[in-house]
Design a protein around this ligand. Structure first.
Ligand code: DHB
Length: 401
């Protein structure tokens, strides 16, 4: 079947879903296709820390009802190293900036519910997605829907929001993109546990047996991570071993890690990746399709949301005959992308133990951590990067936002 839309969106993660909503607010129609099922997208565990700029963006887009009720505002984090746990106070250091703990899965559920309530075209469980004719002003999005029917959608522009392994970036001809990449020699084993968090704010722990992070989802549900080997077999980590290792890495006199049933467990690889430009002809890349950060610092979701805020404005301009914003889209995102790429790399390499590293690495890391908790300038740099930089909120030409 041959159909027509203004923007074809590939990928039903937070980037694609938010873009379809922001475009709808501007009176621009879109079709979003996603290879996974709705249930899968809503259950996928990811990070859960929103920068102030992301919260402001979701609020301005009318998407923050549940976020404002259930999100947990945090004014700092703890850094644990060398047998001490020290608080870094973001509010004090940055003139009041905070982060909000609200899981990516909840953002996705809110976005899907809203798009469906507004009559948005979301196609889950599609297959054989292809994007072609990208260097013309009528790019094509082809896919097979869940019922097996083949579709060809004639678009004005296509947004590739389909993640690192998606089809959009590889559809750009060879030689167009520059890429920068770094793999890390470790991974994270993450658990969701049915137990109230043992801390009021997140704990990032440097330990001789590896990094650990105590995060949370709600006042009743904890989220914790352990540094493990990149090829770690999850079967080697029965629940008792996970809790024992977490207790060891967070150990502090007078403090106890509360344990409870583990609801979900998974291993997350760690990679830094940037490709540029984030555009080829009428194909625009956003979020993980264009860049990946390691999870330390929880920047991935925030970067994706900031990309699509810029992309919605650029597409609105393009569809009204103004090419300049589309031409500027990539450069307008890449400053933030590289800042977060650097920060995530820095926080990762400061806190993790590199297999085979000598004692020199450990001493350099500990010196840096002592510096962060004793110098206001160093602490402010961490606080500013962690809480993030403002996101451009622009007025639509159509019906608003
Ligand atoms: C979470 C994940 C992170 O990578 C991080 O730095 C902080 C929190 C989380 O899943 O809650």
């Amino acid at each position: 079947m041959r159909t027509r839309t203004q923007v074809g969106i590939v990928g039903g993660g937070p980037a694609g879903l938010l873009l379809s909503h922001l475009l709808a607010l501007r009176g621009i129609d879109s079709i979003l296709v996603e290879i996974r099922s709705r249930e899968y997208c809503e259950a996928r565990q990811r990070a859960g820390v929103l920068e102030d700029g992301s919260v402001a963006l979701l609020r301005a887009a009318g998407l923050a009802d549940r976020l404002d009720r259930q999100g947990l505002v945090h004014g700092g984090i703890y850094l644990q190293f060398d047998g001490q746990r020290r608080h870094v106070d973001f509010r004090d250091l940055t003139g009041g900036r905070t982060v909000t703990v609200y899981a990516q899965t909840e953002v996705v559920k809110d976005l899907i519910a809203r798009r469906l309530a507004d009559g948005g075209a979301l196609e889950f469980s599609v297959s054989d997605t292809k994007v072609t004719d990208l260097d013309t002003d009528r790019p094509l999005l082809r896919y097979t829907d869940a019922a097996g029917e083949r579709h060809e959608v004639v678009c004005d522009a296509i947004a590739g929001c389909d993640g690192f392994h998606g089809v959009c970036r590889p559809s750009i001809p060879p030689g167009v993109l520059s890429t920068w990449e770094r793999d890390y020699p470790y991974a994270w084993l993450g658990i969701l546990a049915d137990v109230p968090p043992s801390t009021d704010e997140l704990i990032y722990a440097h330990h001789e047996t590896g990094f650990a992070l105590h995060s949370l989802r709600t006042p009743a549900i904890s989220r914790l991570y352990l540094q493990v080997a990149p090829d770690e077999d999850i079967a080697a980590w029965p629940d008792e071993r996970i809790w024992a290792e977490l207790a060891r890495r967070f150990e502090l006199p007078g403090w106890t890690l509360q344990q409870g049933p583990i609801l979900d467990k998974g291993i997350t690889p760690m990679r830094s990746f940037v490709s540029a430009p984030m555009r080829y002809g009428r194909l625009f890349l956003a979020g993980d399709a264009a860049h990946i950060v390691p999870p330390t610092g929880a920047k991935g979701l925030n970067l994706a949301l900031a990309d699509v805020a810029a992309l919605a404005a650029a597409l609105d301009a393009l569809l009204h005959g103004d090419e300049q914003a589309a031409a500027d889209y990539s450069a307008s995102c890449l400053d933030r992308v590289w800042r977060s790429t650097h920060f995530s790399w820095w926080l990762t390499t400061t806190l993790h133990r590199t297999p085979g590293a000598d004692e020199m690495e450990t001493q350099l890391q500990l010196s840096q951590l002592r510096y962060v908790v004793s110098s206001r300038a160093a602490a402010t740099s961490l606080a500013e990067n962690y809480t993030g930089f403002p996101v451009q909120l622009t007025e639509g030409r159509g019906r608003g936002c």
